[in-house]
Design a protein around this ligand. Structure first.
Ligand code: SF4
Ligand code: SF4
Ligand code: FES
Length: 239
């Protein structure tokens, strides 16, 4: 990334960006929230989930993997794009096993919070109710694959931050599953202090003996909708 400043337009408002930034990085810095799931600011982007899809110079592209360019025109907060994002969120809900009232991630879960922010009511697609392997073999960490949305954050964190490559994917399409580098998580080099143990956007990777400690109503997204922290630093007035 260089210090060279360029300007682009997001939803009709001009913002400044650094050359080399992605669209989502530039929007974050300007206080414009682009919905996202697989993107994490500390990890290399993967472009998996497509929730951050924007219309960029007239074409639909993922904001997390598209570099900014001078004069770029970005549409982000439009009814059509938010409707597409809502459908993606809905598909992730029905494809996994998500019983929010019983989940210790409820209120801190990015999938749930995006459902609220994008106005998802009851899913209109049929639930698949998968039966995936739950792995409690690690002394400090539990892995509930039924809630995994295959975002790959844990894979990238383990590889690039922890230097371990504990996680991977196997299979394709609806049969894709999260795998571990061993017969079970307890056989791997995973530690509770690893970055990979703390980047999961949903309730799939959980630290044992810490669940349900925060009372209902005091979780991150109980207090403010997802994206509010980014919008709080908005440097340009909302149109
Ligand atoms: S992981 Fe999120 S969406 Fe899934 S059950 Fe838990 S709170 Fe609900
Ligand atoms: S375990 Fe969590 S971080 Fe890893 S791929 Fe599944 S949802 Fe993403
Ligand atoms: S956040 Fe950009 S593709 Fe997932």
């Amino acid at each position: 990334m260089s210090d060279a400043r360029i300007s682009l337009t997001v939803d009709g408002t001009q913002i400044q960006a650094l050359e080399g930034q992605s669209v989502i990085q530039a929007c974050d810095a300007a206080g414009v929230y682009v919905p996202r799931l697989c993107y994490h600011p500390d990890l290399p982007p993967a472009g998996h989930c497509r929730v951050c899809s924007c219309r960029i110079n007239g074409r639909i592209n993922s904001a997390c993997v598209t570099p900014v360019s001078q004069g770029m025109v970005v549409e982000n907060d439009t009814p059509a794009l938010n409707s597409d994002r809502r459908v993606i969120i809905e598909m992730l809900f029905v494809e996994g096993y998500h019983l929010c009232p019983t989940c210790e991630k409820s209120g801190d879960c990015e999938l749930q919070a995006l459902g609220y922010r994008l106005g998802m009511a009851a899913p209109t697609l049929p639930y698949l109710w998968p039966q995936r392997e739950l792995d409690a073999t690690h002394p400090e960490i539990v892995l509930d694959r039924n809630r995994c949305i295959l975002c790959s954050r844990c894979i990238r964190a383990s590889r690039y931050e922890d230097g371990k490559s504990v996680f991977g994917f196997e299979g394709r399409g609806i049969h894709m599953r999260l795998t571990v580098d061993g017969s079970a998580l307890g056989d791997t080099a995973m530690a509770a202090a690893d970055k990979a143990a703390h980047v999961c956007p949903v309730g799939c990777i959980l630290i044992k003996r810490t669940g349900f400690r925060t009372p209902s109503g005091h979780h991150r997204f109980d207090k403010a909708p997802i994206g509010s922290d980014i919008e709080a630093v908005r440097s340009v007035p909302k149109t």
